[in-house]
Design a binder for this molecule. Structure first.
Ligand SMILES: [Zn+2]
Length: 372
């Protein structure tokens, strides 16, 4: 595309330059499970002009509210936390052994650069791994495979005392260093788009409502929940606090078109083809139909999938935390989940924002969701 044409195409996008800048900062800022407050502060600050009020809960879930006095409450939700590692044991040689904090992937760890978040601030380290020359073949001549109990961090310290002096302690968390980048054809890569892309998208819904001067007949709660990666816990807490009437959850889902993914098991979802809507017991059928009709009306492409028992997202927390809250899951397709090169397409970001935005505009306290 020629430069002028490219500029024109970008200016038509619903993602403004300011929004895009926020997205990059937000993705590059570590937000490990249990230690999300730095990212939450960034998010709340960005969201502030588009909401009437804001609050946080004891564990750090953050909420922006439009029409806080309305009795009818709708939630749009994403999770704020990213998978990371916990420092678990420091050897006499100054090497640091770890535990998982969420489903962080041991297979991608060797030779990765990390930041350890210690008491004296961030400390750089690397996942050391034996050289190809020196890996000693075992009896069955298999090369060592990365496992949680053989992976270690090397931060330059050569004994435990030197590690301590850097402010690193048992319980410090470590996050991978790689951040946001752009590939050709409008693909983005980054660490933990799962699910900070969701936090970005729900904030964009609020921004579009404010900038387009839309009035809602109910209270809209824009919720960025903590601690999803270890069992949907933050959503559980905040769902009980808000007690919403309707919840729209957004998270990532697998693009199943890359090698070594079985479509017969995982279904058929691809980046660039629009948000994915899930069928599953926690997903309310009438609300899902409403979302599908909204997508059709506004010519937003969607892809369908089915889940067995659970979506594995905060949808369950909202559906089941109180006395039954109609909930729906709008997912964005993503390649290479839980690696440092999670990949998604700009058009899916735009279409997911649009679908949530139009759905929010369709809802009212009179929306009938009864099955009977
Ligand atoms: Zn995840």
């Amino acid at each position: 595309m020629a430069k002028t044409e490219k500029a024109k195409a970008k200016s038509k996008s619903i993602i403004t330059d300011k929004a895009f800048q926020f997205l990059k900062n937000y993705i590059n800022n570590p937000s490990p499970t249990g230690f999300e407050s730095g990212g939450q502060k960034l998010w709340l600050e960005y969201l502030k002009p588009y909401t009437d009020s804001q609050f946080t809960d004891p564990y750090g879930s953050a909420v922006g509210v439009i029409n806080p006095s309305s009795p009818f409450k709708v939630v749009i939700e994403a999770h704020a936390d990213e998978i990371s590692w916990f420092v678990n044991y420091i050897s006499n040689e100054g090497l640091i052994y770890l535990k998982r904090n969420g489903g962080v992937d041991h297979q991608i760890a060797p030779a990765k650069r990390v930041v350890i978040h210690g008491k004296k601030g961030p400390v750089k380290a690397v996942f050391g791994w034996p050289a190809i020359h020196t890996r000693m073949a075992s009896v069955d001549s298999k090369e060592p495979q990365p496992r949680v109990d053989n992976l270690f961090l090397d931060c330059g310290a050569r004994n435990k005392k030197e590690v301590d002096a850097l402010g690193i302690h048992v319980g410090s968390v470590a996050t991978y260093e790689e951040g946001f980048d752009e590939l050709a054809h409008d693909y983005y890569i980054g660490r933990a788009f799962d699910n900070r892309i969701g936090g970005f998208m729900i904030a964009e819904v609020a921004r579009l409502l404010a900038e387009n001067k839309k009035k809602l007949s109910y209270g809209l709660y824009i919720v960025n929940a903590v601690q999803e990666e270890i069992g949907l816990r933050g959503a559980e807490m905040i769902a009980r606090r808000i007690k919403p009437d309707i919840a729209i959850i957004t998270d990532v889902t697998h693009d199943t078109t890359t090698p070594m993914v079985n479509k017969i098991i995982e279904g058929d979802v691809a980046c660039g083809k629009g948000p994915s809507l899930a069928y599953g017991p926690a997903v309310h059928n009438k609300l899902l139909t409403l979302v599908q009709e909204t997508a059709e009306k506004h010519k937003i492409p969607v892809q369908l999938r089915a889940v067995s028992r659970s979506t594995g997202t905060d949808t369950e927390s909202f559906a089941y935390a109180n006395d039954g809250c109609p909930s729906v899951l709008i997912s964005i397709p993503l390649r290479y989940m839980h690696t440092t090169v999670e990949m998604l397409h700009r058009k899916d970001i735009e279409d997911t924002i649009k679908l949530m935005y139009e759905t929010v505009l369709t809802l009212s306290p009179k929306t009938k969701l009864s099955y009977f």
